[in-house]
Design a binder for this molecule. Structure first.
Ligand SMILES: Nc1ncnc2c1ncn2[C@@H]1O[C@H](COP(=O)(O)OP(=O)(O)O)[C@@H](O)[C@H]1O
Ligand SMILES: [Mg+2]
Length: 332
């Protein structure tokens, strides 16, 4: 359904020199730089899959989505989505896909949400009764009814995202690209967004490619993970393999009541299969595999030591995972 072959994208930028003199030199001899944002990416996604396209900031996720949606031209390589070339077959292509960019809205700023939906429906040739039916269906999860008569510019980020998601799926595209759809959202809106995406995938077989740097999105939505870093694919496989290999780390952060207890606290943890780091005075970060030692045992042991001010159990985040992958590949 989605196929990328040896995809490369280079951005050409001009670096500015400082000061007036620099500005003059810039005019005469501009200093150009080439940045390779996508560095030879290959993948194929089948119809009906939900794929998490994940990676740290700057990894190249949005660039890939822009190429796949026909917003940007790749420097080299090929892309086919649903049998079409996103750039060459543009007019047919837009009917097949839906797109949401978490960072900005696709809707018109000054008109009410329902008017935007009506305009989109007309553009895509969705008849009125069908439009009503679809809005009702989306409303069940996204709770759109209270928002329909509000101008887009008056919506909060979470409200806007709910409307943007609905808008991107009004024409029932076969594929939807979601670029950071949960960024900046409250936990309950995130949950609603996830529920909605899951439902669209299950009920209509819509293929979903979603970028995020929130591992929870991936855990809750995706069958498959494509992890990218610095424009290259680091991991491509089922979610369970990804979890087994990389996201197994758990972390307990201890803040001691007295910084001078640090050595005693470290000594108290000896014998557990736990790595201990002291990033700052009075703080201990314990890392371990929750399948090798129970988090409850680690916490119990920590509580037997010197008095604590605070204790937190954390799951690995994406930067930990990326570090682990490099380490496993001997490229750290
Ligand atoms: N329009 C642009 N011009 C120059 N460099 C860009 C542009 N857009 C993105 N980049 C650079 O390309 C790299 C990948 O960016 P992006 O695809 O936005 O990453 P992500 O979405 O994973 O955060 C980054 O280093 C970014 O600074
Ligand atoms: Mg991005």
């Amino acid at each position: 359904m989605i196929e990328a072959r040896d995809l490369v994208k280079e951005y050409r930028t001009t670096e500015r020199r400082e000061g007036l003199r620099g500005a003059v030199v810039d005019l005469v001899a501009p200093r150009r730089r080439v940045r390779r944002a996508i560095d030879g990416i290959d993948f194929a996604i089948a119809a009906g899959e939900t794929v998490g396209y994940i990676g740290a900031n700057g990894a190249g996720k949005s660039t890939t989505i822009k190429i796949l949606t026909g917003i940007l031209r790749a420097t080299s390589g090929t892309v086919r989505v649903d049998g079409l070339d996103p750039l060459r077959d543009r007019s047919r292509y837009v009917y097949r896909i839906g797109v949401v960019f978490g960072q900005r809205t696709q809707l018109w700023w000054d008109i009410a949400v329902i008017e935007a939906f009506r305009l989109l429906a007309r553009m895509y040739g969705v008849p009125d009764p069908e439009l009503r039916r679809r809005i009702e269906e989306f409303d069940e999860v996204l709770d759109l009814a209270p928002l329909l008569h509000t101008p887009v510019r008056k919506l909060s980020l979470g409200q806007r995202m709910r409307c943007d998601l609905a808008a991107s799926l009004l024409h029932r595209p076969r594929i939807v690209f979601l670029d950071e759809p949960t960024i900046g959202l409250d936990v309950d809106v995130k949950e609603r967004v996830r529920q909605f995406v899951r439902r669209v995938n299950r009920e209509h077989g819509t293929t979903v490619m979603l970028t995020t740097h929130d591992l929870r999105d991936v855990e809750e939505l995706c069958d498959r993970v494509l992890l990218i870093d610095r424009g290259k694919v680091l991991f491509d496989g089922p979610l369970r393999d990804f979890r087994r290999r990389y996201a197994r780390e758990r972390r307990v952060v201890l803040d001691l009541a007295r910084a001078e207890d640090q050595a005693a606290a470290v000594a108290g943890l000896e014998g557990l299969p736990v790595s201990v780091e002291c990033p700052s005075a009075g703080r201990l970060v314990l890392r371990f595999d929750p399948e090798a030692v129970r988090p409850a045992d680690v916490v119990a042991r920590a509580l037997q030591g010197p008095p604590l001010q605070d204790l937190a159990v954390q799951e690995a985040d994406l930067s930990d995972v990326v570090r682990d992958v490099y380490r496993a590949q001997g490229r750290a």
